[in-house]
Design a binder for this molecule. Sequence first.
Ligand code: NAI
Ligand code: MG
Length: 525
Amino acid sequence: MTVVRRVFSVFPALSRLLPSSGRCSNRFTTAADLEELITPPVQINYTKLLINGQFVDAASGKTFPTYDPRTGEVIAHVAEGDAEDVNRAVAAARRAFDEGPWPRMTAYERSKILLRFADMVEKNIKEIAALETWNSGKPYEQAAKIELPMFVRLFRYYAGWADKIHGLTIPADGPYHVQTLHEAIGVAGQIIPWNFPLLMFAWKVCPALACGNTIVLKTAEQTPLTALCVAILFHEAGLPEGVLNIISGYGPSAGAALASHMDVDKLAFTGSTDTGKIVLELAGRSNLKAVTLELGGKSPFIVCKDANVNRAVQLAHFALFFNQGQCCCAGSRTYVHEHIYEEFVEKARLRAMRRVVGDPFKRGVEQGPQIDSEQFEKVLKYIKSGIVSGATLECGGGRFGSKGYFVQPTVFSNVEDDMLIAKDEIFGPVQSILKFKDIDDVIKRANNTQYGLAAGVFTKDVNTANRLSRALRVGTVWVNCFDVFDAAIPFGGYKMSGMGREKGIYSLYNYLQVKAVVTHLNKVR
Ligand code: NAI
Ligand code: MG
């Protein structure tokens, strides 16, 4: 099932329930009339670093606060790992790889542990989703009904791969028996962002473990809690100590120490393009560890002349506003054919006005707060820049409510390609609608960016769909759908959106070495 269908089934009665507001009245629907809290915040039990199967304090003894983005209040103090803790964690991962049972057990045994973990997470989805919502501000229904089931699916998918990874027998020219062995690389360093804390955990951890590697994972400083919480279940499922080590902490200290560590064999990073460049350089200057990067984006969402406008509006809205607009692949350049432009803009504005913003724990809420004050300020700055540069503000444009980091769903029309809001990754609930005349024109404009992560195409014409799919320089093209993220589908960027692919069969290659074994044959037959 695709994300799109799930999202709509989570909020089936939305269009009937919610009043539409008058033009530019900026009276957004709130959660006030909806049902009360679904799940109260959960108890926080795990705040230390996870090294060698033990929860430990940071070597420095330091902690840092983690916040509830609904209010900006501190919800816990978490051990702050830095270079010394990274050293300890890498040493544990090294021991677990060189001497421990994980790479030595059969692949079937490994797959059974991954499956057991998936079952345990599935049984505890509500509690885990509540913690994810509390720390990240994403709607609880989104966490519980979309992201956690995807997390479970990812672990089952890669459990299935564990005992199907093998090399080839190769017919070389000469009296040789040639085989390739597909071996685990060793210690994987993984650095993840805050927009999908658990899904990013799964994208990174699943393929690394399926291939028999060990891991040091650095979570984002904004969202350290859920990785620690699920790690407990993983150890209960039978994961040997030292196989998965988790360091909470900041990028320039803990993250940089991991990226430049001489005993880390592979680095996987998701985050901003600027930080991606830094970690690539750190990896290159240290031990030339293999690097995969999943970075920023500015995805075009192209609505063709023949599109059903109502459906295109819904999908374009979802493509941009999902997860508070905090998606690397967000459809943040909505290109609409001039023939249907006016109608589309008006309907996009009405849809944004109906978006339910409020406490992410409340049933029916579609949009919670941005992750922190920095992101909140950044989004508001881009909104101002849109206004100053002459785009038409159709709705939104400011803070929502009086506390926390909520931003009004914002729609700009008459956006031009050279405006900052059409060029930069805003990472917030700000839709920019641009006009185009013909397919050649929109292909050029869609590709005229440093990014190349994803694109959406909305058309009834199979020839147009095929043409755009081939011409767009991006890692994923969604045709008449968006944000379809099944575990089996590869994801990654062209250009400055990254290097390498995650998910599907492709991410296994990130975590394997290929060894050629060439044996001389005395007698060919
Ligand atoms: P970031 O890229 O700086 O942070 C992502 C991860 O990298 C975090 O775990 C962070 O601690 C770590 N990190 C930061 N500096 C590091 C360094 N010098 N060495 C090693 N690791 C380091 O992203 P940030 O600052 O949280 O957000 C800034 C912008 O990045 C956002 O506004 C958004 O545009 C983009 N972003 C893109 C994401 C994506 O999914 N591709 C996810 C998060 C942010
Ligand atoms: Mg940063």
